[in-house]
Design a protein around this ligand. Structure first.
Ligand code: NDP
Length: 311
C-alpha cells in the first residue's frame, strides 16, 4: 500500500514539501511524488489538489482520493474516478476562521463607512457619517457547515441579527436557521448582507441567477466566498448596474485567475479578491496522514465527502 502526491500548482505547495511533512507521520510508508506513463499498482491513496486527466486510470487499486483543500466539485463528478473510490477533504479551522473574518471585514467596512471616510480624508473633508448599528443589521449566511457555521456564530456574537440557511435544518445559538430552497427568497429579502459559503454542487450551481438575485433586499451586499459558479455572472453585473444592490464582494470565480477582460473588473460596487479568503491550513495536513492510516486499518475516515450529494 502506498501514497501518491500529485500537486502541479506551484502557488500551493510542492510535492516534495508535502512529502517532508508526511514522512515523519507515516514511517515506512512508500510515498510517490510524481506519476509518469507507468501504472502504480501499489498506490491506494492519492493526495491531490486536482484530479488530472489520465491519473486515475494509472492507479488500478486506488481506494481514496484525499483532496488537498475543501472544494471537491471537480473530483466527485469526474467520470474517470470509479464510483467505489472514496473522497475526503481538509477542514482546517484556520481557513474557516479566516473566511468568517473575511466576511466580517467587508460587512464592517460598510457598517463603519470606511471607504467613504478614506475618500473624505483624501480631500481634507470632515464628514461624520454615523456608523450603522449591528443590532439593526441583518446578515444572511448561506451554508452552515464547517465554515458557514463559524461565520454565523461570529456575526451573532457581535449582535447582528443572523439568518442561516443550509440543506438540513441546523440549530445554532443566536441564529435563525432555515433550510430548503423554498425558504431562500424570503430569507434574502430580509438581509442587508448575504454571505454565501456554499459548496458547488448540482443543486447550488447557478443558484444566484437573475430571478434569485432580484429577491435580495434593495441596497443589500452579496459576499461570495464559497464557489464562483453559484453566481450567473451576467445576471449579477446587470443587477449591480441597475442600482438594485448596494454591492458585491467576490473571492471566487467561475474561471480563476479571473480573465483580465472579464466585465467584473469594470463593475462599480464590486470588490474582487483573488481567492484568498481562506488561506492557511495549519494542522490540516495531519489529516492526510491520519486518513491514510485509517484507511489501512479499516477505520472511519476524517471529513469524508458524500459523492452523491457532491460535498
Ligand atoms: P461543509 O460541507 O462543512 O458545509 C457546506 C454547507 O453547505 C452545509 O451547511 C450544507 O448543508 C450546505 N449546503 C450544501 N448544499 C446545499 C443546498 N443545496 N442548499 C442549502 N445548503 C446547502 O463545507 P465548508 O463549510 O467546509 O465549505 C463550504 C465551501 O466553501 C467549500 O465547498 C468550498 O467550495 C468553499 N471554500 C472556499 C474557500 C476560499 O478560499 N474561498 C476555502 C475553503 C472552502 P447541510 O449542513 O445541511 O449539509
Amino acid at each position: 500500500m502506498a501514497l501518491l502526491i500529485d500537486i502541479r500548482d506551484p502557488d500551493w505547495m510542492s510535492e516534495e514539501a508535502l512529502r517532508d511533512i508526511l514522512v515523519p507521520l507515516l514511517p515506512g510508508v512508500t510515498i510517490h511524488c510524481s506519476i509518469g506513463k507507468e501504472t502504480l499498482p501499489d498506490v491506494k491513496v492519492l493526495a491531490a489538489v486536482k484530479l488530472y486527466p489520465g491519473v486515475a486510470g494509472k492507479l488500478p487499486n486506488l481506494q481514496l482520493v484525499q483532496k488537498l483543500g475543501a472544494g471537491v466539485e471537480t473530483m466527485v463528478g469526474d467520470p474517470d474516478l470509479p464510483q467505489g473510490v472514496r473522497v475526503t477533504r481538509l477542514k482546517p479551522n484556520s481557513a474557516a476562521q479566516e473566511i468568517a473574518e473575511y466576511c466580517l471585514a467587508y460587512v464592517l467596512r460598510d457598517q463603519r463607512n470606511l471607504l467613504s471616510h478614506a475618500t473624505d480624508a483624501a480631500r481634507q473633508t470632515w464628514n461624520p457619517v454615523p456608523p450603522r448599528k449591528n443590532s439593526e443589521t441583518t446578515v444572511g449566511v448561506l451554508g452552515l457547515g464547517h465554515i458557514g457555521g463559524r461565520t454565523a456564530r461570529i456575526f451573532a456574537g457581535l449582535d447582528f441579527r443572523v439568518l442561516g440557511w443550509s440543506r438540513s435544518l441546523k440549530s445554532i445559538d443566536g441564529v435563525d436557521c432555515r433550510c430548503g430552497e423554498d425558504t431562500l427568497p424570503e430569507l434574502l429579502s430580509q438581509c442587508d448582507y448575504v454571505a454565501s459559503i456554499l459548496p458547488s454542487t448540482p443543486q447550488t450551481r447557478n443558484l444566484f441567477d437573475a430571478s434569485l438575485i432580484s429577491k435580495l433586499k434593495p441596497g443589500a451586499v452579496l459576499i461570495n466566498a464559497g464557489r464562483g459558479d453559484l453566481i450567473v455572472d451576467d445576471d449579477l453585473i446587470h443587477t449591480l448596474k441597475s442600482g438594485h444592490l448596494g454591492g458585491a464582494v467576490l473571492d471566487v470565480f467561475r474561471e480563476e485567475p479571473l480573465p483580465r477582460d472579464h466585465p467584473f473588473w469594470f463593475c462599480e460596487n464590486l470588490t474582487i479578491t483573488p481567492h484568498v479568503s481562506g488561506w492557511h491550513i495549519d494542522g490540516g495536513l495531519d489529516d492526510v496522514a491520519a486518513n491514510y492510516l485509517r484507511l489501512s486499518q479499516g477505520q472511519p475516515l476524517l471529513h469524508e465527502v458524500d459523492r452523491q450529494a457532491g460535498y
